[in-house]
Design a protein around this ligand. Structure first.
Ligand code: PLP
Length: 428
């Protein structure tokens, strides 16, 4: 066997080689077809091989693929920032482009700290976050992530930002139930703020719907309203990490719109370019940017590839495609259909504990079976799904995400369900 040079997730493991993709399907070199039931890592939101995106990519590459952001701007980056401001609710008028969701949340963290520095509140340096959360893999983003498995090797380097319980109704951390709980999980934020001291806290960060660290845990109504008012009462910014949920995935352009709650800073990634090229973004409201614009005028962050015109053109084409095909509404409708079918699979199953989520970000929690087992059986049958953490310890991957491209058809959804049901039966 030839020597291995590429460090893959598991060194020495033999991964199928993909030859091409079309729509919701991926094809490997051995000729096997997979239905992309998780859009990769909840990324390929409009499916593979879309000609409009390839055309936009080619056109931009022919004009110019790269310019450095401290020397030039580009029409593509300017137009994309304007488009995002149009799509975002409220006065979320400013965008800083980065290359990954991790960079987007880390920039959000720095922006919140800088906002207060420029207002003369230099002590506000900490970020609060929840357990059962994932905000990215660099030291700063991992510091905010309540994901014990991904933290454990680096704990001495990390800040202890995760300090608030997740809104995990299926296994309520307060052994209570909604609505008589009075949304105790949201009120816990207030107790943590009082303990740490609001003068030390710049922001609270949360995923509107918890993805890989919870298997589509969806907070009950009233939760984010409480979070918003607690943040306001203590002069703390609210960062919505919409890297997984943003741009249509949950059946709303931004998932926070489901609760009508306006964040101060939003992190975007994944579906923003639907995986065609890497790009992510940190969006900020006028209020957040004001002290910076009237102060240093410079956000202290940035990467070589930030705002590169090629990715910006791709993202613009993806957003146009989403709008042209009404994919946000489709995600809501298709998600409702899939959720109902998953609930009926659950009723006849001994291994499915819970089914949850919104739009086409759906999750399934298993009764103490590692989801890797189900994922492997499904993959062998040609269905790709995504593992997620569940359970009280926050360590065990016993959940999975079902999040196909928003373009999936009814027949394709039925095919996905059939393979999933057959795979579940093998574990019953
Ligand atoms: N935030 C959330 C909610 C995510 O789901 C992810 C990735 O899964 C990230 C941040 C990190 O994004 P990336 O892997 O692009 O760095």
């Amino acid at each position: 066997m030839a020597r291995e040079h590429l460090i893959k997730p598991l060194v020495g493991h033999s991964y199928p080689v993909i030859s091409h993709g079309k729509g919701v399907y991926l094809y490997d070199k051995a000729g096997k077809r997979y239905i992309d039931g998780s859009s990769g890592a909840i990324t390929a939101g409009i499916g593979h091989g879309v000609p409009e995106i390839i055309a936009a990519m080619t056109k931009q590459a022919e004009q110019v693929a790269f310019v450095y952001r401290s020397q030039f701007t580009s029409e593509a980056a300017e137009n994309l920032a304007r488009k995002l401001a149009d799509l975002a609710p409220g006065d979320m008028n400013w965008t800083f482009f980065v290359n990954s969701g991790t960079e987007a949340t880390e920039t959000a963290m720095k922006l919140a700290i800088q906002h207060y520095q420029e207002k003369g509140k230099k002590g506000k340096q900490k970020i609060l976050s929840r357990w059962m959360s994932y905000h990215g893999i660099t030291i700063g983003a991992l510091s905010m992530s309540g994901h014990p498995l991904r933290r454990q090797r680096f704990v001495p380097l990390l800040e202890d930002y995760p300090s608030v319980s997740p809104p995990y109704c299926y296994r309520c951390p307060f052994h209570s139930s909604y609505p008589s709980c009075g949304v105790a999980c949201a009120h816990e934020l207030e107790r943590v703020i009082e303990k740490v001291g609001a003068d030390h806290i710049a922001a609270f960060i949360a995923e509107p719907i918890i993805g890989a660290a919870g298997g589509a845990i969806t907070p009950p109504d009233g939760y984010y309203e409480q979070i918003r008012s607690i943040c306001d009462a203590h002069d703390i910014l609210f960062i919505a990490d919409e890297v997984m949920t943003g741009l249509g995935r949950t059946g709303a352009m931004f998932a926070m719109e489901h609760w009508g709650v306006q964040p101060d800073i939003v992190a975007l990634g994944k579906g923003m370019t639907a995986g065609y090229t890497p790009m992510a973004a940190t969006m900020a409201s006028d209020r957040v940017m004001e002290p910076i614009i009237n102060g240093s005028r410079s956000v202290m962050s940035g990467h070589t590839f930030s705002a590169n015109p090629l990715s910006a053109a791709v993202s613009l084409a993806v957003l146009e495609y989403i709008e042209k095909h009404g994919l946000v509404q489709e995600a809501a409708q298709k998600g409702a259909y899939l959720l109902e079918k998953l609930q009926s699979i659950q009723q006849n199953s001994h291994i499915i504990a819970d089914v949850r989520g919104k739009g086409l970000l759906l999750g399934m929690e298993l009764y103490s079976i590692p989801s890797a087992r189900l994922l492997q059986i499904a993959a062998d049958k040609g269905l790709l799904l995504y593992p997620a953490v569940a359970g009280r310890s926050g360590r065990d991957e016993t959940a999975l995400l079902i999040a196909p491209p928003l373009t999936i058809t009814k027949d394709e959804m039925d095919e996905l369900l059939e393979i999933l049901q057959e795979s579940i039966l093998e574990l019953e």
